[in-house]
Write a protein that binds this ligand. Sequence first.
Ligand code: ADP
Length: 311
Amino acid sequence: MIEIKNLSFRYKNREALKGISFSVRQGEIFGLLGPNGSGKTTLFRILSTLFFPSSGAVSVCGFPLGEKNKMIREKIGVVFQSPSLDSKLTAAENLMHQGRLYGIAGPELKKRIGEALKKFGLSERRNERVEKLSGGLKRRVELAKGLLHRPALLILDEPSTGLDPGARLDLWNYLQSLRQESQVTIVVTTHLMDEAERCDRIAILNEGVLVGLGTPDQLKKEIGGDVILVQGKDLKGLEMKIQRQFSVKTTRNETALQIESERSERGADLAARLAQALGEEIESITFRKPTLEDVFMHRTGHTFWNEEGRR
Ligand code: ADP
């Protein structure tokens, strides 16, 4: 559905994407995961034909970007981060306008609107103005709108922004059932690990570079064994001692030392050995299975979140 080869994109004075290559298969839910500024929105804009690459080649639904943008636009559905609904119109009226933009009219349009509203549990609210709907319901109208012309590929830019946890879950349930029922391919940008976990495959972006590609499980398996987190007063000193006494890979941030256990050693065993050797200097020690956040750290050497907290 998507082929990206050596794609770069430059804003006037900033290179936002630096030679990215990957492809998306038909019928998968594919996530573009990255912290703020990693290039997700830029890539989203390219895939939705709004921007043209500075170099490299992109094809969407089998059509080369640039030459066949009209064909691509007929085949894709796009859900933007900022709401694209007319809040003074009802849910059904928003869909009607969308249908007309795509040349659908008459009984066919009526039928599709009815189906779309039903699919997203909006039938009862069809005649309510969008401004009266909750954030979660608005997102559902956006989804219905993006799918009205039956695209083969649906791309969504951070679709859960501004949604409460219940509405987020709801959105993901809809995406999953959509994929199952209609085999539509879904590409989602996100900076949330738990959303990335729900994707079949993900591409991890960092500063415009692809730093990981695969299923969440494959990516996590790359990290040898378990992840151990050590906290203490002198993290730098602790890191030096651990490196001297144990042959392990360590990463240090402001609050903790992160250590990956070897595949052959359980996290609990390594944690016990560390506690025995350096117990005096360790304030807390915990271990857990690797997460996508660990994968990011492993690949980039720094945390996903900046010092000011969660981005
Ligand atoms: P993300 O969606 O992952 O937050 P973006 O694609 O928005 O990332 O941004 C990637 C990089 O490009 C960032 O360094 C950002 O500051 C820069 N950038 C984004 N939009 C513009 C623009 N219109 N002009 C110049 N630089 C931009």
